[in-house]
Design a protein around this ligand. Sequence first.
Ligand code: CU
Length: 137
Amino acid sequence: MKMLSLKAAALALSAALPAGAAPQLALAHNGVAHNGVAHNDKAHHASKAHQDQHVTVNVTSSGYSPSAISVKAGQEVHMTFVSKGSGCANGVRIPSLGKSIDLKQGQKKEIVFTPRKGQTIAFACKMHMFKGKVVAK
Ligand SMILES: [Cu+2]
């Protein structure tokens, strides 16, 4: 129905314009095609992949940055730890997720989890000197 009425409008336009206006009509048609692309893009935004949350935590010689992270519950979190130092920056433990990560300086590792509403996920270095947390709302 929409296409038909657009075609009718285009026909009316071509009837109202002199023959030289044909390229402009082609432009109008491209405009319609572009709307189609925009619609597909909207569908992508609603897809699961787009709802993933990406968080990067730098592990420096003085602690986690950021050390307190707020995420949305029920949506996948991709959390990347990047080690920027030695000692305490070479390991992260996340007991509630049953994960323990070893990191060499300059290395990065990603963990993926889906937090529950109200859940607080604590993480710390192996000696429990550096502390951080993810809070799901
Ligand atoms: Cu430590």
